[in-house]
Design a protein around this ligand. Structure first.
Ligand code: ZN
Ligand code: MN
Ligand code: MN
Length: 279
């Protein structure tokens, strides 16, 4: 079972592994730098070495680690400078993953800012294709989104249409976020719902392309389009649904990453433990 959470790199990036081990993670996700800014300092070779050696010493499989893109880039933007900056950041993140030996980089598809899906999709495909030309074997994972206004990639059919345009295929995969899918209208509350939703996902995107699952409960209800993650079992999806997703992921040997909140109710330690119990 490969399961863990998003961990902090505060201090230096190798701290991610200490944080993951403390939480008894067998998988984890990081930002390779501050996710709130455009610029990133290049990774110091000493930090890269420490990251790699700590990961090796841990029991965590390198193939169960991933990085998430920072928040600002938007590949679907109609603004030329914004697109160029976003693409530059994406390429840089792919290269940082390659340096760290992280096999997967998760990205959202962005927002067309009201200018229409068609143009947005064209720009996304163009940007991703460029990033796929970098010389390494990092796989870019397209994450399904919550379906907020103007956002691209919440509908499995649309996600599949975008995905199929990307080449070379070995450089692209998908990440399934349970909160996003649920608030986008795909039911996950019962075992039956989970099976049917993944069947729908398989039909358009292909389960073989699914490399990581983001396991989050949702603050809101089915189809509300509200991207607010919640503690496992306590939100709109609930215990039955979340545990069915855990079982499904384990059966398919897909790493599970939690992006749940840390608050008075619960922290990461508890959510990871609870997710393991669901299995
Ligand atoms: Zn995400
Ligand atoms: Mn996510
Ligand atoms: Mn989210």
């Amino acid at each position: 079972m490969k399961i863990g959470c998003h961990v902090s790199i505060s201090g230096s990036i190798d701290m991610a592994i200490d944080n993951a081990v403390k939480r008894e993670c067998t998988a984890f996700q990081v930002f390779t730098r501050n996710p709130r800014g455009w610029d990133a300092k290049p990774l110091a070779s000493k930090d890269i070495e420490n990251f790699k050696s700590k990961l090796k010493e841990s029991k965590i499989d390198r193939l169960a680690t991933c990085a998430h893109m920072p928040y600002l880039p938007n590949l679907a933007t109609p603004k030329k400078d914004g697109f160029e900056k976003s693409l530059k950041t994406l390429i840089n993140e792919v290269e940082r993953c390659a340096q760290l030996g992280i096999p997967y980089l998760v990205t959202h598809l962005g927002s067309h800012l009201g200018t229409g899906e068609e143009g947005g999709i064209k720009r996304i495909v163009k940007g991703l294709t460029e990033a796929g030309k970098t010389e390494n074997d990092v796989m870019i994972l397209l994450e399904n989104t919550a379906g907020q206004k103007n956002s691209v990639g919440s509908d499995f059919k649309q996600l599949g249409e975008i995905f199929k345009q990307l080449k070379p295929t070995k450089r692209f995969g998908v990440c399934f976020d349970t909160c996003h899918a649920f608030v986008a209208g795909y039911d996950l509350r019962t075992e039956r719902d989970v099976i049917e939703t993944f069947e729908e996902f398989d039909k358009y995107v292909g389960l073989g392309n699914l490399k990581v699952i983001h396991l989050n409960d949702a603050r809101g209800d089915l189809g509300c389009n509200l991207d607010r993650h919640y503690h496992l079992g306590l939100g709109g999806i609930g215990e039955k649904g979340i545990s069915s997703v855990v079982k499904f992921a384990n059966m398919k040997e897909i790493p599970i990453i939690l992006e749940t909140p840390i608050d008075d109710e619960r922290d990461d330690f508890e959510n990871v433990r609870i997710a393991k119990n669901f299995a």
